[in-house]
Design a protein around this ligand. Sequence first.
Ligand code: HEM
Length: 139
Amino acid sequence: MEFQEIRTSMGRAITHGDVFGRFYDIFLDSNPRIRPMFSDVDMEKQKALLRQGVNLALMFAEGRAIGRSAMDRLRNSHSKSNIGIEPSMYRYWLDSFMKALSELDPDFDANLEKQWRAALGKAINHIAGGYDEASTKSA
Ligand code: HEM
């Protein structure tokens, strides 16, 4: 499966504004538990890491090995034994990302949102599914 339409959507959004900056503004206010998690984090660096992470999540959903190894690493770093992101928190991430995209991609619509949610949902299931696993290596 390839995601030409959603990659084009990402491109349009990036052309129109700071998608990842807007994402973090929305995400940090989406649940009271989230902002404190990022209090010591360099958000400019985090935005770049997430941009790369989303690209790798799409590769994971496409079944590519590089995406798989990247999502294995996030599954480990986000698990209980490392940064400890409970599975219930991922919906705030996904809803915030959809909100940022809907603001910045002028062609965003229900069909695109469905495709985005399906693709990113695969990566989220993989990452959140490792919550209770013992750490495989240092985060
Ligand atoms: C598909 C969803 C997500 C992706 C692709 C993602 C991606 C990333 C990436 C690439 C990093 C950089 C460090 C690393 O590689 O481990 C990171 C760190 C982090 N993420 Fe996520 N993340 C996701 C969901 C979440 C959620 C739902 C939360 C919290 C509710 C969260 C909280 C954090 C925190 C606190 C850090 C550590 C920052 C630091 O201490 O430097 N992430 N994430």
